[in-house]
Design a protein around this ligand. Sequence first.
Ligand code: HEM
Length: 317
Amino acid sequence: MVAVAVLALAAGGSAQLQQGFYKGKCNGTDVEAVVQGIVKSWFAREPPVVAYLLRMQFHECVINGCDGGLLIDGPGTEKTAPPNLSVKGYEVIAAIKAELERRCPGVVSCSDIQILATRDAVALGGGAAYQVRTGRRDRRRSLASDVKLPSPDYTAAQTTAYYGRLGLSAFDTVLLLGAHTVGATRCAAIKSSRLYAYGGRSGATDPGLDPAYAFVYKTYVCPNVPSSDNNVVFLDDQWSALKVDNHYYRNLQLRRGVLPCDQNLYNDGSTRWIVDLLANNAGLFTSLFPQALVKLSEVNVLIGTQGEIRKVCNRFN
Ligand code: HEM
């Protein structure tokens, strides 16, 4: 019995994560209020920070857990893996860390800062305010070779299997991809897969894409010339691209999902009902999205005396 408990802890279960973990630990400073204040002022200057932090939480937590590994600089670290090259928001985390180190050195982990900051950004973006448990520690490991992220071309079965390996359900998966209600990609991400070489056939457009949208993309946003590769494509409609809402799912119903993995959630019967449920009920998405983010934030975390509390987030101590 004791051995089982020890094993569970060694595996990094969330047993010691708790709400308000930093209460009374930072020389009278309210740690969560400091994080919130900095995210708020950042958001006022740069609203897409909501998208940056959400994507960062995803890329952080699915690789060896939410352990700050993505934040480390240097050759061959997670940050240098190709899918991570376009991750943004590192400066926000660094700014929060600097302020907290000034107030209470060596207390607040970078991994907790990531989770708290994302939580605050989601609420600022129009999502719900939610509670998260803290007490994570930072891992002394960050290798590009560990980075195995899902492909934007994944079928629904591949996507749900990927998250399933992390202990997340198909429902959680569909909720998490709802993060694509904010932010953007570049034309290069969809030109061959959806607009000009669908199924590997030169000149073919994905018949599963709303023809009106296909026309707009091909004519105005991503014309078939190399110079359009870096043009911005909003993952949700432009007017909704900064709002944490259920509009993403409504778009999927209309065959306007941008990445194949988005649209495939609607094309596949096993996940379509979840998309329909969330598309038809804004309040449901608002209340359940945080729960999925919380589950993601507790995947394989370090606790207790494991790992370290870094002095700066981009270097091991
Ligand atoms: C199958 C799973 C997923 C795939 C294949 C995927 C893929 C992508 C791709 C290709 C981009 C565009 C990146 C770029 O062009 O720079 C993107 C953007 C984004 N992803 Fe995902 N994603 C997935 C799941 C998630 C999850 C679970 C979250 C968060 C919970 C998330 C949050 C975001 C956000 C917010 C953006 C916009 C970033 C920005 O505007 O800077 N994604 N994703």
